[in-house]
Design a protein around this ligand. Structure first.
Ligand code: ADP
Ligand code: TRP
Length: 355
């Protein structure tokens, strides 16, 4: 896909000129814990490439994290940490607009406008809302219900067109398109674009966890995750504890590999050379596999892969000047884009000054 297209604008009442136009990219991550390997391969790796090719807005979704009621101290600590991690992993405040969601109160205003045209039935039907009702039955608050209108506000506040996210966010994006289109129809304008989920790979990525369950996730606990800031010692300990199965002799080639082994092979695929992955895959089928060796190999290659990241995270976390400057600069750039959109939205709705 070419990132630069052109935009036809009126030069005067007779002529159009073609100006180069870069598509707008918006994405965010909630500051609910340290970034892990799944966040890196599913989201941040794409962000890093996109910042060179598009007009990109990347943020920390700190308003969104309030649905689970963090303490002020935890919230503050997590926001600062994830901001430092973004920079350490490769986001460059000169190439993209890197900011905190809560630095844009315009987000809250657009969220309120979208809420006026969002309906109880459609919000209640969302898979993520149903999951939350099950996982936190004592805290089914209105912020959880309206999570998709807040997300639509994040994206449409910059008229975002591409949204790099993992597979779990597809339904939220569908809702973003619904709210934007509904606004356009209601006011008879062609104002908001239709944002699409984006990943450079053909398929959206899903990095498995270490405890044999589904995807690697912050909520699955310390031993399910490999954090981008983990030290060699911690990485080795977590991988050596990963779940395996017993194998009694050779298995027919092509037959299904049990999930815990498949997960380890998928993790190997991310950080080991192809011949290493092939060696262990064949060893599984011919029955010669030794899981201790396999995990040792994965742990060593994981440590090599992680080392530059964990070092840079430690460095960025201790550099207050760097992250404060980046956050200030990001807030200013993001506000310039948000101010334009919110002003136009207010006028479209009919909030025009008569005084
Ligand atoms: P978590 O599930 O750990 O709380 P988030 O929901 O904060 O992670 O996800 C932030 C971003 O990282 C999203 O774009 C999400 O799709 C992506 N992501 C999270 N976990 C994984 C994973 N295991 N594999 C691929 N992408 C992931
Ligand atoms: N809902 C996303 C998640 O849980 C985080 C998010 C909030 C987001 N606002 C967004 C992602 C806007 C992309 C665009 O991972």
């Amino acid at each position: 896909m070419s990132s630069i297209t052109s935009l036809q604008v009126f030069a005067n009442e007779h002529f159009f000129v073609d100006l180069p136009y870069m598509k707008k990219v918006v994405s965010g991550i909630r500051p609910t814990g340290k970034l892990h390997l799944g966040n890196y391969f599913g989201a941040v790796k794409n962000f890093i490439r996109m910042q060179d090719e598009f007009e990109s807005y990347f943020f920390i979704a700190d308003y969104h994290s309030l649905t689970t009621h963090p303490t002020p101290a935890d919230l503050h600590e997590s926001v600062k940490r994830v901001f430092a991690e973004y920079i350490a992993l490769g986001l460059d405040p000169e190439k993209c607009t890197l900011y905190l969601q809560s630095d844009l109160p315009q987000t809250a205003e657009l969220y309120m406008f979208f809420n006026m045209n969002a309906y109880l039935g459609e919000l209640q039907r969302l898979t993520s809302f149903k999951d939350k009702i099950r996982s936190q039955p004592d805290n089914v608050n209105a912020g959880l219900l309206t999570y998709p209108t807040l997300m639509a506000a994040d994206i449409l506040l910059h008229k975002g067109e591409l949204v790099p996210v993992g597979k779990d966010q597809e339904q939220h994006l569908e809702m973003t398109r619904t709210f934007g289109n509904r606004f356009n129809r209601l006011y008879n304008v062609e104002y908001f674009p239709e944002p699409q989920a984006f990943n450079y790979n053909e398929e959206l990525v899903k990095v498995p966890g270490l405890t044999g369950g589904g995807k690697m996730s912050k909520s699955a606990g310390e031993y399910d995750n490999i954090y981008m800031s983990d030290t060699d010692e911690v990485i080795r300990k977590k991988i050596m504890k990963a779940v395996t199965v017993t194998v009694d002799g050779p298995t027919e080639i092509g037959s299904d590999i049990p999930a815990p082994i498949q997960n380890l092979l998928e993790l190997m695929h991310l950080v080991c050379t192809p011949d290493v992955v092939n060696h262990y895959r064949s060893a599984y089928y011919d029955g010669s596999i030794r899981f201790g060796d396999m995990k040792k190999q994965l742990a060593e290659d994981m440590c090599v892969f992680m080392k530059p990241f964990s070092d840079r995270i430690a460095e960025a976390m201790s550099n207050d000047t760097l992250i404060s400057k980046a956050a200030r600069q990001g807030a200013e750039k993001a506000a310039a884009s948000a101010d334009t959109v919110i002003k136009e939205v207010r006028e479209i709705i009919g909030f025009k000054k008569f005084y």
